[in-house]
Unconditional design. Structure first.
Lengths: 530, 349
């Protein structure tokens, strides 16, 4: 069921239950503006696209590559291209730690840069013309060719969002939501983009509206954000665009969560286990839109992104335009990081980000922020106390779950019970773990239980298939047996008729005699030939 | 710079919040301080001795249990949960109750109700209420002897005399035992009604104040204020207290309207005995209570109904302990029946 009338009214916003008010820490990086990071000597480009999706390299060690050249292709339809983010020589293709959740090991292409930063041949376009003339198909192809993935975090290949199950253009989308609500503390890369590239943002939005068939687009930003709304609205007015509106949403973590944002704007809840698509909505991150605009106007695929470098060990917090694959080390150095004081190095935000084991890891397309935190400013997990069921986690859970109950069930090995309590609706925002007075790493429990349940389901599915196959075999054998029995019965019935019996007997005798005769003939022939 | 430096890889969230169980418990203690001061003001320094005794016994039994169970003693003593159990227990008993009352009460609270059930967070029953129920049933005599509030008492016991009363069971010789001590207001109502007095006759006695018992009503006021502080500090939510208070009013009002002479009025209910303490500090115990929001409302309502029933029809003057313990038993079932709808789940599921 698709509701094709998502009513969005800036004066009538909704709210989601739970959530946290956190200190923003956003000004540190914003006040220093955006600058382009110098090119590192080596780029470590991860071929991991997202969970379970790894691209296959199509270059070899020793090859010279140009900036923007495709160096890896996905081997399934669910992947996206990976391009070289600067010119140079491929010096290694091997398994390494990547800047992905839990610092997964994955294939990494190492490029030793030559400093020329030489592009492949780029095709420039007049983007305004393009917006008018191109079709939805053209745009979706551009998204695919540009190697675009969701830059907000999960790295979901963007082109897949704009195709329906039967590989067609959507006909059910009425609203495009541009997610500019960076709800995690410290991260400002999207805000920085909105400050520096408002026109690109609007162009990209127009393209995506065309690709999705949406009749309205909403750019959602947090209400703590400064003058962006006024500036964007000014440009929209000048360009006489009325179908894009800018709406400020209350700054409550995790307001930037896809489901939460939709709830705040439309009052509707994405069904459990469903997608925004079920409500006729597509949500897209600001960074992804800028990347699309870059590709359409200048032909530049996704080879760089804005990365916030912040944290209390950073001397000069800032946003950097960074080539994909740039080692964290390089970013930290430019931002004057105090390495000795740094106790934890986080990719992503402080609530959902992943701690990295070392700084020689290249950033990937989803790395929006790098935090260098000192021990003082880090959650120190001393001794975890037992849960006292204080219920604070229930009060803050944006998915309206009972986190402490889930914890009890998972702790007791009762995973199915946790599923009954809607474990899979958990968005892993970390609000529960943050407020927990017993300092229980609740999200870890949920991740464990989810993967365990998925594995059990997989096993059950396999055993179901095996059982099915076994039962079918049994059925088939039984059927054959019955058929044989029936046939035997038929012959026996026939043999009761004396005339027929005589005929049958005669026929059999004839057959036997004929066979005997041919046998003797054969033997005679053989003897003769001897 | 050391490029090969390795970092701590704990999982998110990374920024500190510094919320601890100890902080939760100490906030509860802070919220009780005004009521304790009021207690001292009206009933003398006996409560200080009772608090000290209960807390010392609570911590002693806690340490002993932890040692016997091979659990880290220092870590769990520092969570202040036993401290709060002692605190709540002492506030329920008479300021001149003999010392062994808190000894036995704390034994059942800490050793039986808490550690035999698995320790912090695992207890099915509220430990303070288990301790209180045990001494209430076992020693009704000692539990019903209360001091008269100082406004109507002819004699204020000194700290030393309180000590003598608690440890040696010796009361000041200069004054008769009967003038010094007094039944609790709820006790007086119960005996009054059984002797054929009407509600209005009983509450015109000097023992009663504007809403409830003299002195008691003020302590109840401070429990109320302390409870609001806990709600403000997000230690408890409004649900259980609101359910207890509103249900008490709603449930007792029909009785009172039907026969005002024999049934206690809602206001008298609220400001007498341990109801306010229970509403904000005891029924809100998260470990033994309900976790779903709807369940918390049911839990609070159940506690209130039990309290009113015991007070009106039971043998005991107050029903706080029984109400809480009964609902503790029902809590897992209530939780099971009130699983909230998660985000995006259909409401009818």
């Amino acid at each position: 069921m698709v509701n094709n009338s998502n009513q969005i009214n800036a004066n009538h916003l909704h709210s989601f239950s739970g959530g946290l008010k956190l200190k923003h820490h956003k000004n540190d990086s914003l006040q220093n503006g955006l600058s382009r990071l110098t090119l590192p000597e080596k780029l470590y480009i991860s071929l991991r696209i997202n969970r379970g999706n790894i691209a296959k390299p199509i270059v070899n060690i020793g090859d010279r590559v140009l900036k923007g050249q495709i160096i890896a292709k996905p081997d399934t339809a669910n992947g996206s291209y990976i391009h070289a983010s600067s010119s140079g020589t491929v010096t290694a293709i091997e398994e390494r730690t990547t800047a992905s959740p839990d610092a997964d090991i994955s294939t990494v292409i190492e490029i030793s840069t030559d400093g020329k930063d030489e592009w492949i041949k780029l095709i420039e376009n007049n983007i305004l013309e393009k917006i008018k003339t191109c079709t939805a198909r053209n745009i979706i192809d551009a998204i695919h060719d540009g190697g675009l993935v969701g830059l907000g975090g999960a790295g979901f290949p963007t082109h897949l969002k704009y195709k329906s199950k039967d590989n067609e253009v959507h006909s059910i989308i009425d609203t495009l939501i541009i997610n500019g609500a960076e709800c995690e503390p410290y991260i400002t890369c999207d805000e920085q983009l909105m400050i520096d590239y408002p026109d690109d943002l609007i162009n990209g939005t127009l393209l995506l509206m065309k690709a999705s068939g949406a009749s309205q687009a909403v750019l959602a930003i947090e209400d703590q954000v400064g003058g962006i709304k006024t500036r964007l609205e000014h440009i929209l007015k000048l360009r006489q665009i009325e179908k894009i509106v800018v709406i400020k949403v209350p700054t409550i973590y995790p307001a930037g969560g896809e489901k939460q944002l939709i709830k705040v704007l439309t009052g509707q809840e994405v069904p459990s286990g469903g997608l925004p698509l079920d409500l006729g909505i597509i949500v897209q991150n600001v960074g992804t839109i800028k990347a699309l605009s870059d590709f359409v106007s200048r032909g530049q695929p996704l080879v760089e992104r804005v990365v916030t470098v912040a944290g209390d060990c950073i001397g000069k917090a800032q946003n950097f335009i960074t080539a994909i694959g740039t080692p964290i080390n390089h970013l930290l150095q430019q931002a004057q990081c105090d390495f000795d004081a740094t106790q934890r190095l986080v990719i992503g935000g402080p609530m959902m980000g992943y701690a990295m084991p070392d700084a020689a890891i290249g950033i990937d397309k989803t790395s929006n922020c790098i935090l260098a935190l000192s021990a003082k400013n880090t959650q120190q997990h001393g001794e975890t106390m037992p849960c006292i069921r204080c219920g604070e986690c229930v009060n803050v859970c944006p998915a309206e779950l009972l986190p402490q109950q889930l914890h009890w069930y998972i702790n007791g090995g009762n995973l199915e019970k946790a599923r009954e309590h809607h474990l899979f609706d958990c968005i892993e925002c970390g609000a529960c773990a943050w407020v927990c007075p017993s300092q229980i790493k609740l999200v870890d429990y949920y991740r464990y239980a989810k993967s365990e349940l998925k594995y059990l389901d997989y096993k059950r599915e396999k055993s179901d298939i095996a059982q099915n196959r076994h039962e079918q075999r049994e059925d088939r054998l039984l059927r054959l047996k019955n058929e044989r029995a029936a046939k035997r019965k038929r012959t026996r019935r026939r043999s009761n008729d004396p005339d027929k019996m005589k005929l049958d007997l005669q026929a059999t005798l004839d057959r036997v005699n004929a066979a005997k005769k041919s046998k003797t003939d054969n033997r005679e022939q053989m003897n003769e030939s001897k | 710079m050391n490029p090969s430096k390795t970092f701590n890889t704990q999982s998110a969230p990374h920024i500190p919040n510094n919320n601890t169980v100890a902080k939760v418990m100490l906030t509860v203690w802070l919220a009780l301080i005004p009521a304790m001061i009021a207690h001292v003001f009206f009933f003398g320094t006996g409560i200080i001795i009772q608090l000290t005794l209960s807390i010392v016994f609570a911590l002693g039994f806690e340490a002993m249990s932890l040692k016997l169970l091979n659990k880290p003693i220092k870590l769990f003593l520092k969570d202040y949960s036993a401290f709060v159990t002692g605190l709540l227990f002492a506030l329920c008993i008479s300021p001149v109750a003999p010392w062994w009352v808190s000894f036995i009460g704390m034994f059942f609270a800490i050793v039986v109700a808490k550690h035999l059930f698995g320790g912090l967070g695992q207890n099915i029953f509220n430990p303070a209420m288990v301790g209180f129920a045990v001494v209430l049933i076992s020693f009704p005599q000692s539990m019903s002897i209360w001091l008269a509030p100082h406004e109507i008492s002819p004699y204020a016991m000194s700290f030393l005399e309180n000590l003598q009363a608690i440890f040696l069971n010796q009361f000041p010789a200069s004054i008769t035992f009967d003038t010094l001590t007094q039944a609790t207001p709820l006790d007086s109502i119960k005996t009054g009604i059984s002797q054929g007095f009407s509600q209005s006759e009983i509450s015109s006695q000097p023992l009663f104040g504007d809403f409830g018992g003299l002195g008691w009503e003020w302590i109840a006021n401070f429990y109320f204020l302390g409870g609001l502080f806990l709600i403000y500090k997000r230690i408890i939510t409004w649900r259980v207290p609101a359910a207890v208070i509103l249900t008490t009013i709603a449930f007792s009002l029909p009785f009172n309207i039907y026969d005002a002479d024999h049934f206690i009025g809602p206001i008298q209910h609220l400001f007498s005995g341990g109801l306010m303490l229970a509403a904000f500090f005891i029924a809100t115990d998260p470990t033994s209570g309900c976790s779903s929001h709807k369940g918390q409302l049911i839990f609070g309502a159940g506690v209130a109904i039990m309290i009113v029933l015991v007070r009106e029809f039971g043998n005991f003057p107050d029903g706080v302990a029984f109400g809480v313990l009964l609902m503790n038993m029902a809590a897992p079932l209530i939780d099971k029946l009130t699983i909230p709808k998660a985000f995006g789940q259909q409401a009818d599921e």
